[in-house]
Write a protein that binds this ligand. Structure first.
Ligand code: MN
Length: 262
């Protein structure tokens, strides 16, 4: 987090060029490692896709495969919704992002997370496309990762401890999270994020990413109607409760631990 905060402060002071150089050095090193380790990284694609650079993060970006079968989250999330949501909607964001970056070589060397973290470096004529398409890609990658068959239950590890410490108990957290997700007006997301080293429940509109606000997303629920309408129609609260039954708190704990080191 310290580094993120520092990056934000630097951005505000208008020294984004320095960040760009530093990120370039870091990402070049990571891409080198990714190229050498490509076969095994492909196998663990989704787990890695949210953090650091992998072969999936090299332009043209690719849709990360799911770590589980499309029917594995039933009865909470149905197979048809998973199929359309992943194969059509998420693929659409990846395609849109790749198209937006055509001819922008300087941006093609960035990972999707780096792009949404540094929208101020994106030229005005493609900024809206990158914000929407790259946000959609990054948001959905975390969304698939933070669900699992046999998910749900209570959060574990240091994340679980921190949630219980901050909210008093897990039920209070769940109530606030469900209320946030239920109150997103129109299309958007509700998130558990790290901001300045502390956990916080937030919302974003459309495909805006917490990364763009200097936050690290830990888990996020997609409340666009495409995420639930086939099974739940207008009953968004039923979908939110169902989603809480498939949250992979083990993954979330890993994301929290990694995020706290940023
Ligand atoms: Mn979606």
């Amino acid at each position: 987090m310290a580094e993120l905060n520092q990056a934000n402060q630097e951005n505000e002071q208008g020294t984004s060029e320095a960040i760009s150089r530093r990120d370039f050095v870091k990402k070049t090193a990571m891409l080198g490692a990714a190229a050498i380790a490509a076969p095994s990284i492909l196998g663990a694609s989704l787990a890695n896709a949210q953090q650091g650079a992998t072969v999936l993060d090299q332009y043209p970006y690719k849709l990360p495969p799911l770590n589980y079968a499309k029917n594995a989250l039933m009865p909470y999330i149905d197979e048809e919704t998973m199929t359309i949501h992943h194969d059509k909607h998420h693929q659409g964001y990846v395609n849109g992002l790749n198209k937006a970056l055509e001819g922008h070589k300087e941006l093609q060397s960035m990972t999707p997370i780096e792009l949404v973290k540094n929208l101020d470096q994106v030229p005005a004529e493609i900024k809206t496309s990158v914000r929407n398409m790259c946000g959609g890609h990054v948001n959905h990658t975390l969304f698939w990762n933070c669900m699992a068959p046999k998910g749900g239950g209570d959060p574990r590890g240091s994340l679980g401890d921190q949630i219980r410490s901050d909210w008093g108990d897990f039920k209070s957290f769940k109530d606030e999270f469900a209320a946030a997700a239920g109150s997103v007006f129109g299309s958007g997301w509700a998130w558990l994020v790290i901001e300045n080293g502390k956990l916080k429940i937030t919302k974003t509109s459309n495909q805006d990413s917490p990364w763009s606000a200097g936050q690290v997303p830990v888990v996020g629920i997609d409340v666009w109607e495409h995420a639930y309408y086939l099974k739940y129609q207008n009953r968004r609260s039923d979908y939110i409760n169902a989603w809480l039954s498939v949250v992979d708190w083990g993954y979330a704990d890993g994301q929290y631990v990694r995020g706290m080191k940023m």
